[in-house]
Design a protein around this ligand. Structure first.
Ligand SMILES: [Zn+2]
Length: 357
């Protein structure tokens, strides 16, 4: 699998929506476009074929005034999984998840790993200004940016997209982690693929970054940044009957529990009501397998409450997902001190769910 590298936009490519790109592109394609400042911005879209906001943002941007005027900065565009996009799927059955196959991956090597290593080497040599990888997700989640290291220039780039920024180091093999080795790299989560405001937001952001002269190397001010680390996955204990707004169950969550998504919950926040068999039927586990339930939750009469400040993400009310995957992920706030401007890895790891990048 050789990535295709082009020095121009194929004619009429911008007229094609994500499901039609496979008519003109065979596979992952890098497109170099010149701009006034030569140091290129790298932008990746459609690593997941059904996450179309990135491609829509890029095609709208390039069809706007930049059809007439030169780009303010050179651009290297990666268009990822066009075969999966044709089917409206994240990836096809005969493909791995592309965003697990970049250098640093711990998945079984495939031809895709070789292709993405080649793309990484190719782009590294061009000393990119920054790297932006654009995604969508599901559920009641806000738009947010994610970083893999707590470092000023990445946090600046992220906070230009959203005040809420998530730090993660798992899973491995994601594009932003590989490119973060040689330039400031962020992942954007643009909400639901079906909502136009995801591509609106991504387009405005790309235009903004293309016009930046430089990325500041001081920590962003605390008022511009709410930084969270994802540290645990929450599941219902085996054999426990649960429901939403149904007090007859062993464990009953509020009927609107998904409204807690991305809200910082103070200690003592009510999470669930218990039935006849009270116990800590909610389990929080770090990705390396530590049981954090007693740190995160407390029993109070017949309820389960939070024990410390927490912010849930990806809370779902789909009973099948709760039973077979998880109820939600937990994040905690990281204080950003200007004095920590040179802080790098915190030496601890957080997990990122499949539904994120
Ligand atoms: Zn994605």
């Amino acid at each position: 699998m050789k990535p295709v590298i082009l020095d121009h936009l194929p004619e009429r490519l911008l007229e094609l929506d994500a499901t039609q790109l496979h008519r003109q592109l065979d596979g992952p394609t890098l497109i170099h476009l010149p701009g006034r400042r030569p140091q290129p911005l790298f932008v990746s879209v459609l690593q997941h074929g059904n996450e179309i906001s990135g491609w829509d943002a890029v095609r709208r941007l390039l069809k706007s005034r930049y059809r007439r005027d030169p780009l303010p900065r050179s651009l290297i565009l990666l268009i990822g999984n066009v075969r999966a996009a044709a089917k409206g799927r994240r990836h096809l059955a005969d493909q791995p998840d592309f965003n697990r196959c970049w250098p640093g991956s711990d998945t079984v090597p495939t031809i895709w790993h070789d292709a993405f290593a080649e793309i990484t080497d190719h782009v590294r040599l061009r000393k990119p200004f920054a790297s932006i990888d654009i995604h969508n997700n599901t559920g009641l989640n806000p738009h947010y940016a994610a970083v893999n290291r707590i470092e000023p220039r990445r946090l600046h780039l992220a906070s230009l997209f959203s005040r809420t920024v998530i730090y993660f180091t798992e899973p491995r093999g994601v594009q932003s982690m590989a490119f973060g080795e040689f330039c400031p790299a962020v992942t954007l989560e643009c909400g639901l693929a079906a909502d136009a405001d995801g591509s609106d937001h991504a387009m405005a952001y790309l235009d903004n970054v293309l016009n930046l002269r430089e990325i500041p190397s001081e920590m962003p001010p605390p008022e511009d940044l709410d930084l969270f680390s994802m540290f645990a996955t929450v599941r219902v204990a085996d054999g426990i009957e649960f429901g939403f707004g149904d007090p007859r169950r062993d464990l009953s969550f509020p009927a609107n529990v998904d409204q807690m998504n991305f809200r910082e919950l103070p200690p003592g926040t009510h999470l669930a009501t218990l039935g006849n068999d009270p116990g800590l039927h909610l389990q929080a586990r770090s990705h390396d397998g530590h049981d954090l339930s007693a740190d995160c939750f407390a029993l109070e009469e017949r309820t389960i409450v939070t024990r410390k400040p927490l912010m849930p993400a990806m809370l779902t009310m789909d009973e099948h997902i709760v039973r077979h995957d998880c109820l939600c992920y937990l994040m905690e706030r990281i204080a950003v001190e200007p004095a920590n401007a040179l802080a790098v890895d915190r030496g601890e790891e957080s997990s990122l769910p499949e539904t994120l990048p």
